[in-house]
Design a protein around this ligand. Structure first.
Ligand SMILES: [Zn+2]
Ligand SMILES: [Zn+2]
Length: 347
């Protein structure tokens, strides 16, 4: 089979590998779609600081932590799943026994490994995951939809649900890359009013097409004042930072209403805030948003189907795996938003 490897320094190798054999509790998935994510760029450049263990960024692991496909083989101990089942992959692989795994939060397991960073992922014709990580994909959903519904839509669904996003409430989304765009779609699915904030006009245009009610460009207007203006002076009930950039993180805190909530979703290592003015004296709730618990997957698919959330609109480019070098280069140069490798039907 063909597989992509990222040895660093923006090199992309397409190599020939044996089709992996599923272990006792694992399934082999024939990949049909695999999304590129901003977090892959650390592997691509070889400077990964956020995710991945020893092997990440050395070209030893097949990337691709947002894949979907069809089960092609099942391990001897797997029950209730069969060849031909359509699935998306749940990326954290946990021990299965600790309190976090049992609660469905496998990314909190002390020994968790990440698909596409610590273990071979979906940028290949086939990949293997534990059966527990193979999420059933409803027939009405395409593989491309399945690929963007985990890390992107799933993360936003969980975070916004926790923060009570719903009709009658206003959410401000900072940073309209793929994650912010997913935030807009999910918030509209919940029925909320959405204020989209980004410095790139084309991203604001995309946000409008996805349903954002108000767009704000901080290069032209003070975003905190703009959010206040759009909310009758109150501020947003919920603000979500998808940038990881200190100015936007601060603007998110400042644009949230008293007793409102802020989620930090964009990865970052250091920032400076003023807790007294920005959090304590506003009785703000501040949370981290990172993926979703395993048990929530079926609810997420029901939400997307019943609210007709057009998740495929997040995808601006698709590529065959053979075009991986071009795909990673374009994504790196931000010439694409969400980009997905797709395999032709029947291939
Ligand atoms: Zn991702
Ligand atoms: Zn565990």
């Amino acid at each position: 089979m063909k597989a992509v490897l990222l040895p660093g320094e923006r090199r992309v190798d397409i190599v020939e590998r044996d089709v992996p054999v599923p272990g006792e509790d694992e399934v082999l998935v024939k990949t049909r779609a695999s999304a590129i994510c901003r977090s892959d760029m650390g592997l691509y450049t070889g400077t990964s600081a956020i995710v991945g263990g020893e092997a990440a960024g050395k070209g030893l692991i097949v990337p691709g932590h947002e894949p979907a496909g069809m089960i092609a083989d099942v391990g001897p101990a797997v029950e209730g799943m069969a060849i031909g089942d359509r699935v998306a992959a749940y990326l954290p692989i946990g021990c299965g026994r600790c309190e976090y795994c049992r609660a469905g939060y496998m990314m909190l397991c002390t020994t968790w490994r990440c698909l596409g960073f610590d273990v071979d992922g979906g940028d290949a014709d086939y990949f293997v995951v534990p059966a527990a990580n193979a999420l059933p994909l409803p027939d009405e959903m395409s593989f491309v939809a399945g690929a963007v519904m985990t890390d992107m839509v799933g993360s936003q669904y969980h975070t916004q649900k926790v923060l009570g996003v719903r009709g009658g409430r206003t959410i401000a989304v900072f940073g309209l890359g793929p994650m912010g765009a997913a935030a807009v779609l999910v918030a509209k699915g919940f029925g909320a009013d959405v204020i989209a904030v980004d410095i790139l006009p084309e991203r604001l245009e995309l946000a409008r097409r996805l349903g954002a009610d108000t767009t704000v460009n901080p290069a032209e207007t003070d975003p905190v004042a703009a959010v206040r203006d759009a909310t009758g002076g109150r501020g947003a009930d919920v603000a979500v930072d998808c940038t990881g950039a200190p100015p936007a993180q601060n603007a998110a805190l400042d644009s949230a209403a008293k007793r409102g909530a802020v989620a930090f979703v964009g990865e970052s290592r250091a920032t400076q805030i003023n807790p007294s003015d920005q959090i304590i004296r506003k009785l703000l709730t501040v949370v981290g948003g990172w993926y979703f618990p395993l048990y929530e997957w079926n609810e997420i698919t029901r939400f997307v189907l019943s609210r007709r959330v057009p998740v495929e609109q997040l995808v601006t480019h698709t590529f065959p795996l053979d075009d991986a070098e071009n795909a990673f280069a374009m994504f790196d140069r931000r010439e694409t938003e969400k980009a997905v490798f797709v395999w032709p039907d029947g291939a």
